[in-house]
Design a protein around this ligand. Structure first.
Ligand SMILES: Cc1ncc(COP(=O)(O)O)c(C=O)c1O
Length: 393
């Protein structure tokens, strides 16, 4: 124990092989010639300062890299951190971004409020209308085509192969937010996307106890985003990265369970007369059934339809609130992807910043309820929703 500085004592140097990755809390690392060389070359091969890289963050990123089947992945402080850092890496003032109108509220605010103030031309289109995408991309030099795989909250499924084709034909990159679908249901890079972003706060972590994001894609592109993380400071904390890693150990288990529950819930709600509409890719009347058949991963003859269900009750937003407040198992809370079922009404939470007309244009119905299925027993959860609808006739 006597040799070296305290940080080099044998207690720390003993060769051990933990089953669970340690949390590397240190922000700085002993330098050597290789590290100096890397620093001076502007490289990111060595780990020497926490805002640039951290071993625990790398371990979590590697798990997600494997799930998305990408060459590289890098974690960020939040999902919005992943989206903003990626877009600010790819675009320059004067560039055009063509984005789906059906996106998460804060992504929409970034796209239509913040980025135009910095000199970007952002055009929004209906995610389902390929002609509109084509026209928007043809309308000016387009750098990025931006879409959510399964849109928040409408569950509109993007035709990723078609979008990749039209983006590439215009010399643009396809950036996909895969938060709602998760790689359990869709691997966008295998379908032609260039970069995948996630709110790892949601299904990847799975326990509603961490805010995190991730960017996955080709090695060079992810490296460029990493360099922008350094100057924007959107790096992930190692303890948060550890929690994401831990959540990922049950990713398949959680998702297979919550996908099955979502299927049951969607079918039960669809059988009700006072439920105006249920959106879930497992349903026979799902508007994007043809795209679902091409884009979603499957187990035998069943598509992996996802753990999100969105439904619309008769009686508008006022009744939707009453239904949600009658739930005993489902939690009235924003966010999604936790082991507990999370329920929200987009009009007053994720999409409150849109006017009623903008919500309608984004296909958000009056009376819409968004459900993120957890891992509770399916029959109990379905029963909870049915009693809540019954109690509010
Ligand atoms: C689809 C989608 N993308 C991105 C985000 C932003 O994620 P975060 O809260 O981790 O910044 C959210 C948050 O709800 C989301 O639903």
């Amino acid at each position: 124990m006597s040799e070296g500085r305290p940080g080099q004592s044998s207690r720390f140097n003993r060769r051990t092989r933990p089953v669970v990755p340690p949390i590397h809390q240190s922000v700085t690392y002993f330098l050597d010639d290789a590290a100096y060389k890397d620093i001076q070359a502007g490289g990111l091969d060595e780990i020497w300062y926490g805002r640039f890289r951290n071993p625990t963050v790398d371990v979590a990123a590697e798990e997600i890299r494997r799930l998305e089947g990408s060459e590289a992945a890098f974690m960020t402080a939040s999902g919005m951190g992943a989206i903003a850092t990626t877009l600010l890496t790819l675009v320059r003032a004067g560039d055009r971004i063509v984005a789906a109108r059906q996106v998460y509220g804060d992504s929409r605010d970034l796209l239509v409020r913040d980025l135009p103030a910095w000199g970007l031309d952002v055009v929004q289109v209906d995610a389902l209308d390929l002609d509109a995408w084509r026209a928007a991309v043809a309308g000016g030099p387009t750098r990025v085509v931006y879409v959510e795989t399964l849109a928040n909250p409408q569950l509109d499924l993007a035709d990723l192969p078609a979008l990749a084709e039209l983006a590439h034909a215009a010399g643009a990159l396809l950036v996909v937010d895969n938060t709602f679908a998760t790689p359990y249901s869709v691997q966008p890079l295998a379908l032609g996307a260039d970069i995948v972003v996630h709110s790892a706060t949601k299904f990847l972590n799975g326990h509603s106890d961490v805010i995190a994001g991730v960017v996955a894609g080709g090695f060079d592109q992810v490296r460029e985003v990493q360099r922008r993380v350094i100057t924007l400071g959107t790096c992930l904390d190692p303890h948060a990265a550890y929690l994401v890693w831990r959540g990922l150990q049950t990713f398949e288990l959680r998702l297979s369970r919550s996908n099955a529950t979502a299927r049951d819930l969607a079918a039960a709600l669809a059988a009700r007369d006072d439920v105006v509409r249920v959106r879930h890719p497992s349903l026979p009347d799902y508007e994007r059934a043809e795209v679902a058949g091409r884009v979603l991963r499957r187990d035998g003859d069943r598509v992996r339809a996802g753990a999100m269900v969105t439904f619309t009750v008769a009686g508008g937003d006022e009744r939707a609130l009453r239904v949600m407040r009658r739930l005993e198992i489902g939690c009235e809370a924003t966010s999604l992807g936790g082991v507990e079922t999370l329920v929200s009404t987009p009009f007053n939470s994720s999409h409150f910043s849109l006017t009623p007309d903008e919500r309608r244009a984004a296909r958000i119905d009056d009376g819409m309820i968004r459900v993120s299925c957890g891992v509770e027993p399916s029959d109990l959860l379905v029963g909870d929703f049915l009693q809540a609808v019954d109690a509010t006739d």
